[in-house]
Write a protein that binds this ligand. Sequence first.
Ligand SMILES: Cc1cc2nc3c(=O)[nH]c(=O)nc-3n(C[C@H](O)[C@H](O)[C@H](O)COP(=O)(O)O)c2cc1C
Length: 173
Amino acid sequence: MNALVVYESLWGNTAAIAHAIAEGIGPNTRVAHTGEIDPAEAATVDLLVVGAPVHAFGLPTSGTKASVATRRVAPGDLEPELDQPPVRDWLARIQSGTGIAAAFDTRVRGPLGRGGASKIEKLLESKGFRVAHVSQGFLIANEKNPKSAASMLREGEIERARQWGAELAVLAL
Ligand SMILES: Cc1cc2nc3c(=O)[nH]c(=O)nc-3n(C[C@H](O)[C@H](O)[C@H](O)COP(=O)(O)O)c2cc1C
């Protein structure tokens, strides 16, 4: 099975979840951020998984990223990575696909933050992908003062992501 996990991530949390999902899907699963993988590749895979952080109840935009760029980074805090193309732009550039797809996001709240993954799902469906599994939101403990990405993800979320990846792999067989 040919699987690809694509993400956008400012402080590394969505990246860490993406890597755990890829691990759960199985060996040889490619995992990359939106700046590392040509959108044309999406049409060639059996399973496409796409994720992003929730920003303002939806997907990151140039506006939400600009607001982050103006925040002062205190000594010892992580610098946000602001150069990755927004996931919505990456999705807009993929060709129609017929494979199976799934969406995830990372967020600080529960249902209030639902906007990210559900928007990715809609964009995937608009390109012809079959969304095969209910999308997942993975929780962040505190994004206000990030010292390290690992300390931000709530306990158990990496394992849950790995497990979800394994479930996706079964659906895509
Ligand atoms: C500008 C901005 C807006 C955000 N809005 C929301 C929100 O509406 N709901 C939510 O649950 N989390 C929100 N968050 C928290 C992010 O989801 C959190 O920073 C993200 O999951 C961290 O993932 P990353 O390290 O991959 O960037 C927001 C964060 C930023 C920077």
